[in-house]
Structure formats: C-alpha cells, structure tokens
Design a protein around this ligand. Structure first.
Ligand SMILES: [Zn+2]
Length: 563
C-alpha cells in the first residue's frame, strides 16, 4: 500500500514533466493573431488566432494558445482586430476571358455618354499600341433613345477601330473605322439571328444586335499565347485583390490548362483551379473522352484539377432565349428553346455521371432547369451514385415544384448573386420577359436552401466583376447598389450573412469536392485566408460591397498585403 502510493506520486511527477516540457508544440511559419476569426466551422465558429505551417493551418484558437506555436523564425502578424475569413471560392467563372477583359475598357457602372466617353478616351490614350480599342460593360440607358451611336465612339477613337460590348453581352457598339473594316454598310443585309440598327437612310448607326457582330470575330486579332499568359497573370492579381482563392472554370480554362501549368511551374499560381470541359450536342465523342481522361491524369492536385463537364441547355431570359415552360410574357407561342434535344442531353448526363464525373449545366429558364433535374435524377439512378455533386448554373427562374428537388437529389444551386442586381437598367428586360407571376421566383436561393439544397456562389466573370463583395451585398439585401428597391426585391429570398458567406466558401468547396481541404478555417486545411478592411458582420449591409482584403494568403503564402 505504502509502496503503491509512493509509486503513484512518482508517476504523477513524471507525467507532469512529460506534459510540461517533453512535448514541444510544433512551430508555425506564420501566426495571425489579434484577429476576429470567423471560421465557417460550426464546431468552433469564432477564434482569435490562426497558426500556419507550410501550406496548411496548424492551429485555430485563442491568441494565448497560438503563442505556443511561436518559434524564433515565426512571422507574427497583428491583425489589429480585423475580420479574418476563409478565402472566397468562385463557383462559376470564365477566367481566361475574364483576364483578357482586364485589358479592355471597363464601362461597368457608367450612366451617361460623357462617362462612357471619358473612360474610352483615357484607355485609348494609355494604350496607343492597341490595334483595336475594345471594351465591355455599357448599358442601354446611358444613351439617348436607349441605344449607342457610332458618332459617340468616333469622337473619342477616330484613328483606330473600336468595339464595345454591352453589359448583357448581346449588343456590340462599333465606330466608323470598325464598320468599314468589316465591310458593313447600308447595302449589308441583316443576318439571320441578328439586326444592324440603321438610321432613316438605312445607314448603320454602329449598334449591332445579337449575331450582327459576327464579322468582327474574324477580323479582331486573337490574343497570342504570350498575351493570354500576360492576361492570366493580371487575372490572378485581380483575384488576390478581391480575395478569391479558388475558381470553378466554366468555359475557356480547359483550353488554357498548359498556360496555367506554366504559371504554376514558375511558382506564381495564386488561385486554385477546378476546370470543366465543355460538351456540345449531340454528346461526347471518343476524342472528347480521351481529352478529358488525359487532362484528368495530368491535373489532379490541389492547384489544378478537372472538375467535371459543362453543358449548356438554353440562352438567357433577357433576350428571350432562356427555355421556359410557358410562353414569354405577351407572347402566344415563344418559349425560347433548348439547345439540346432532351433525350440526347439526358443520355450525355447519364454517360458522364456513370463514370462518377459531375456535370454542370447552364440552365436559366424553368424548362431547362426541370430537364436538368430530370437528367440528374437519371444520372444518379444509372450510376448508383447519390453523391455526384451535379450543379445547375444560374437557375434564374425555378418552377415552384422543382425547388425541393435540389435538396432531394443533392443537386447544387450555382447562383451568381450579382446577376440578381435589381437595378432597372440591368434587370428591366428580365422582369418584362417573365411577367409578374414568374418574377416572384427570381433567383430563389433562400427557397433552395430551405428545401434542403446546397448553394455555391460565383460571379460568371467577365459578365460581371469577379469581386464577390458586390454579390454578397445583393445576396443579403436583394437591393441594387443604391439600396433600391426599399425592403428588397422579392425580400423573402434574402439570405442571412452567414449563409451567404458559407455559399462563397464551404459551398464552393463542397461543389468542387474540396471540403476536406478548403472552405473553412480548421487545423489541417489549406491556409487560404483573407483579412478584411471592415467587419461585414458589424457594418450596414449596404456597405458590404466596399469590402477589400488587406491580406490574402493562399497555401500559407501571402499573395496580397495592403495594410
Ligand atoms: Zn458562364
């Protein structure tokens, strides 16, 4: 008895020594401390400090406990009480065309001819080397009669051809030099799927609707691989600037895999890529399968990986090309049309899913969305796989009975919140085309979530900016950047801020099958972090769009710091 007690005391002493000294804490490369950490991890939603070792998170917790990971080489960043979030993931971009668009005039947000002209004039002066002056992002309402005229463009670009694409992507505005180069004059007939806007004498005014701008595809010089590479580098900088650390490439990236790999080889890749391969009707050829399989074998790590196949089922509601179950408002027959024959589409989905590969489908109108859900249901049945993570892209107008099917079938609603910006100059045609009944179910992300479905948010850059903070503001306010309409557009679809942040972080990670490694701040996950200029949980939601990362870290490396 006596001996046992003595032995017990000895053992306790040994254990004390072991706990106190012989188990040194691993040392961090970086500690971000004195932060307000919102982890997006329900087990530990808030913390004060994050320790990073190599590419991964070593520790999340109190500032005091983080100190134990401090070594002589550790870089300590005092966050000054700022909000730290997981890096944002963009579940729908066109990163190559987005990057190339950075070298064009950005006309987004311009409201008058003078503003439009000032931006173009400045760009033309700064880029004397550009053979063509190209731009995008103007809106009809900026011009008299809601349509641009070549004379406004001739005034600021008289010496070179110039072409500016509308924010909706459906109308081009060109100057006289460009019209002459394309050989478009009063004798040119309208093409089948387009219209040349003309004055009272039949002369082109410089506005070209839909396919009427097709001749320019042949005469505008395509970027060389070097130019694309330079653009991608700018695109990566832009992503770091706005806090985007991973993207789901929805078109154009597959063809640029080797360029992305080259940047990675130089150690300069600062965005992680999940890349889809585009599949067109009538479906996949043996060559398509080989191309996918070759790419999948080559690219399958946390920086560049294949992320499924992309199909496009319809157009857009704004121009009446989205596929609807019932005719467009004021139309007797016109319901838009499906780009795929339904059976061919279902067959393609089943074929892809049966190999365990996820599908993302561009489906905007309620008929296209329903067909996608039907096809995904079939894909799950044929493959026997209920965890395929198929996505529906845009899903702008879901028929009410289809909303619970997202949850029931495990289909991800891939929305781009900034597309739901209710600014009348942006949304007017959409609202007019669907009419009042179908307007009520516009961008029904809250209903999809409440129905048990998952959300993944993105931008569709370059259709709108890759900057997620504007979209986040729209997701929670359902208002335009001026705070209109009062109370929000279809306010029952407003998301809580935490749910919206989730859709931009864990939601994207889940959609890209990366949730074990990304999407939240947890020990063991990749150290992809953003420290923000302001605390979005504390400020007026109408100011969320002004948020900027002051520090962006990807894989433990600081890729942006502006503090
Ligand atoms: Zn897209």
């Amino acid at each position: 008895m006596k001996q046992t007690k003595r032995f017990g005391i000895l053992l306790s002493a040994v254990l004390l020594v072991l706990a106190g000294c012989s188990k040194p804490q691993p040392k961090a490369d970086t500690i971000i401390t004195n932060a307000k950490v919102y982890t997006v991890n329900a087990q530990q939603p808030w913390a004060e400090a994050v320790a990073v070792q190599g590419e991964r998170i070593l520790f999340v917790g109190s500032a005091k406990d983080a100190r134990k990971h401090r070594g002589s080489e550790t870089k300590v960043i005092d966050a000054g009480g700022r909000l730290l979030l997981p890096g944002f993931e963009d579940s729908h971009v066109h990163f190559v065309s987005g990057s190339l668009s950075l070298a064009k005039v950005d006309l987004a947000g311009t409201r008058t001819v003078e503003e439009v002209q000032a931006r173009i004039r400045k760009f033309a002066q700064e880029h004397p080397e550009a053979a063509w002056v190209q731009g995008r992002g103007w809106m009809y309402s900026a011009f008299p009669g809601n349509m641009p005229h070549k004379k406004f463009l001739d005034e600021v670009v008289p010496d070179r051809p110039a072409i500016m694409t509308c924010a909706d992507g459906h109308t081009s505005w060109v100057n006289s030099k460009a019209l002459a180069l394309a050989g478009i004059d009063r004798r040119t007939p309208d093409p089948e799927n387009g219209k040349i806007v003309r004055d009272e004498n039949g002369n082109p005014t410089g506005a070209l609707l839909e396919a009427a701008d097709a001749p320019f595809e042949k005469i505008i010089p395509q970027p060389t691989p070097e130019e694309t590479l330079a653009a991608l580098r700018e695109g990566l900088r832009e992503a770091a600037r706005v806090g985007v650390v991973r993207v789901h490439g929805e078109g154009g990236e597959f063809e640029a895999l080797d360029l992305l790999d080259k940047i990675r080889g130089e150690g300069n890749l600062t965005v992680r890529f999940s890349v889809t391969m585009w599949v067109s009707p009538p479906g996949l050829s043996a060559d398509d399968w080989k191309a996918y399989e070759d790419a999948r074998l080559k690219y399958n790590d946390e920086w560049i990986a294949l992320g499924g196949m992309k199909l496009m089922l319809d157009g857009v509601i704004d121009s009446g090309t989205g596929a609807m179950l019932d005719p467009y408002e004021g139309q007797v027959k016109d319901k838009g049309k499906l780009f795929w024959e339904p059976e061919a589409y279902k067959k393609a989905v089943a074929e892809i899913n049966s190999k365990g590969i996820p599908v993302s489908t561009h489906s905007i109108g309620d008929a296209a969305i329903r067909l996608s859900l039907d096809a995904y249901e079939g894909g799950a049945r044929v493959s026997g796989n209920s965890d395929l993570r198929n996505k529906i892209e845009h899903a702008e107008d879901i028929a009410a009975p289809d909303i619970p099917r997202f949850g029931a079938l495990g289909v991800i609603g891939s929305f781009q919140p900034l597309h739901a910006n209710p600014d009348p100059t942006w949304m007017g045609a959409w609202i007019q085309n669907v009419g009042p009944e179908r307007e009520k179910r516009a961008w029904a992300w809250k209903s999809v979530l409440d129905g048990g479905g998952r959300l993944a948010f993105g931008s569709d850059w370059p259709v709108v900016t890759i900057n997620p903070w504007l979209g986040l503001q729209v997701a929670v306010t359902r208002q335009d950047m001026e705070g209109k309409p009062e109370g929000g557009w279809i306010p029952e679809q407003k998301l809580g801020l935490a749910d919206a942040v989730y859709a931009y972080t864990m939601g994207g990670a889940f959609a890209m099958r990366r949730e074990k490694d990304e999407g939240s701040i947890e020990a063991g996950k990749l150290a992809d972090l953003i420290l923000l200029s302001q605390d979005i949980f504390e400020i007026d939601p109408h100011k969320i769009a002004e948020t900027k990362p002051v520090l962006t870290m990807v894989g433990g490396r600081i890729v942006l710091e502006t503090r």
